[in-house]
Write a protein that binds this ligand. Structure first.
Ligand SMILES: [Zn+2]
Length: 115
């Protein structure tokens, strides 16, 4: 596996997500902007949270997953399923580079209603 290419891709994705968080929190402070009024309200409710409080749950979840993948990459465990310990399918990693589960385990989790 070309771990350098994977790492570059994950780092780039992390930057995108962090930038989105920064943009979202900056936008949320513009309370006069009618488009972001609802969003600003949500953010105010959790103003003690860090900047990640301003992005959507899905973006935050993805950011955490990307950071987890970078840690696994550094530890030499990247591409190994966290549930069953088997190698994750290469085409799955290509589609979802930050995943920590093989297809079978991901489908089992979905079937049980767990992420
Ligand atoms: Zn698995």
């Amino acid at each position: 596996m070309d771990t350098k290419a994977v790492r570059d891709r994950l780092l780039k994705r992390r930057e995108e997500l962090r930038q989105r968080a920064t943009d979202a929190s900056a936008e949320a402070r513009h309370e006069a902007d009618p488009l972001s009024a609802d969003f600003a309200e949500q953010v105010t409710q959790r103003e003690n949270d860090d900047v990640l409080g301003a992005i959507s749950d899905s973006a935050r979840t993805e950011l955490q997953a990307v950071e987890g993948a970078l840690r696994r990459l550094a530890a030499g465990r990247y591409g190994i399923c966290a549930v069953c310990g088997e190698e994750i399918e290469p085409e799955r990693l290509a589609a979802v580079p930050y995943t920590d589960r093989c297809r079978g385990c991901a489908e089992n989790a979905t079937a049980r209603g767990v992420r």
